[in-house]
Design a binder for this molecule. Structure first.
Ligand SMILES: [Fe+2]
Length: 381
């Protein structure tokens, strides 16, 4: 069966934040118009970056997103990476097909050429981990200006954001035993593979996630290579998938937020995207389905759609031989290409250590696929 929203763990990077709900003041029976975590912590916050604590403004509403022309800077990049990875920097692969780790580079100081090369490197390696970054220490607007080079900022419909900066998506957990026990009360696993906000007509491309507070051990993020997931399929299945589209829906996420008293800042949408998408820079084809938002395959009957989608999602989810797991450390920034990967947060600590991250989410092109080309067999080569 294809997963439903009920299977979507709350701690996925797209899900609404879970924070203890304080008892409502006696004087009011209405929800507060603006909810601020810093106030709920009584002004005694231990957060390393209080300016990034989430705020939900119930009065904040946005119109539907308009189409825009995305220019992918990876297309203009010098493949020698000389401006991104100068002498003295170091890059090493974390897994053969996905993930690299870089030290000795300060992202916020990159030139235009360096940023173009970053887009290309992330397209090629899918996930790139940068250590010792100053992104979290900059004024929030400067971090946004940096990320805005890579595409139009996405404003998340339901997540908390730093006050005045709705373009920042926040992930925040206290990680105490009662919170974690409540999470696992009705599920066995926190694994929830998804790509971010794929219900949008133009879902994100080059995407940034930076750590603000992290448990010493635990709370890693896992990424799966959807290009390799596609490559592993037989020619017969690949050929069948081409031309098919799937429905990606944001309605369940909005409903989930409403039920919990959260915000819905923009009315939810559904969009149809190809099951196989082509990357505009590398030309690689990737399986473009995810358990978070892909609901059904267009033109198939329910059992057929559930069966095929279920197979594809299981295939992606069990692909530990094309995954990478990132361990966070203070000042780490992870950049991934949301078009060709899925990811899952991992909820495996209950020490009460805060896990707090900020995401900058530039949108990219509308997903498209190039024609299916039969593969040459070794006998033909
Ligand atoms: Fe996410």
């Amino acid at each position: 069966m294809a997963p439903s929203v009920a299977d979507l763990p709350e701690n996925t990077e797209t899900a609404p934040l879970t924070v203890p709900v304080k008892t409502a003041p006696e004087t009011t029976d209405k929800k507060p118009k603006v909810r601020r975590v810093i106030e709920e912590e009584g002004g005694q916050t231990t957060a390393s970056y209080p300016n990034y604590l989430p705020v939900w403004d119930h009065g904040e509403k946005y119109p539907p997103l308009e189409p825009f022309v995305h220019v992918d800077h990876g297309k203009d990049a010098d493949p020698s990476f000389k401006d991104l990875l100068p002498e003295g920097s170091k890059i090493q692969k974390l897994a053969p097909t996905i993930g690299s780790e870089v030290t000795g580079v300060q992202l916020s100081k990159l030139s235009k050429a360096g940023k173009d090369q970053l887009a290309l490197l992330v397209a090629q390696r899918k996930v790139v981990v940068f250590r010792d970054q100053d992104l979290a220490d900059l004024p929030i607007q400067e971090a946004l200006d940096f990320g805005g080079y890579f595409g139009r900022h996405h404003i998340h419909p339901t997540s908390g954001a730093p006050e005045g900066y709705p373009e920042i998506h926040l992930v925040h957990r206290y990680g105490d035993k009662s919170e974690i026990d409540a999470f696992f009360a009705d599920r066995n696993s926190s694994v929830g593979w998804h790509s971010d906000v794929t219900y949008e007509q133009q879902p994100p491309g080059t995407t940034f996630l930076y750590i603000l507070d992290t448990p010493e051990v635990g709370g890693d993020t896992a990424f799966v290579d959807q290009v390799e997931a596609y490559n592993r399929l037989s020619p017969a299945i690949k050929e069948r998938l081409h031309g098919l589209k799937a429905v990606h829906s944001g309605f369940e996420q909005a409903e989930f937020s409403k039920k919990r008293g959260g915000v819905v800042r923009r009315e939810p949408v559904k969009n149809e995207h190809p099951l196989v998408r082509t990357h505009p820079v590398t030309g690689e084809k990737a399986l473009f389905v995810n358990g978070g938002f892909t609901r059904s395959i267009v033109g198939l009957k329910k059992e057929e759609s559930d069966s095929l989608l279920g197979f594809l999602l299981n295939h992606v989810g069990r692909g530990i031989d094309y995954q990478v797991r990132v361990r966070w450390a203070p000042k780490t920034v992870v950049v991934w290409d949301n078009r060709i990967t899925a990811h899952s947060a991992i909820l495996d600590w209950k020490t009460g250590e805060r896990r707090h991250l900020a995401r900058i989410t530039p949108q990219a092109e509308r997903p498209y696929e190039t024609p299916y080309v039969p593969e040459q067999t070794s006998a033909q080569a």
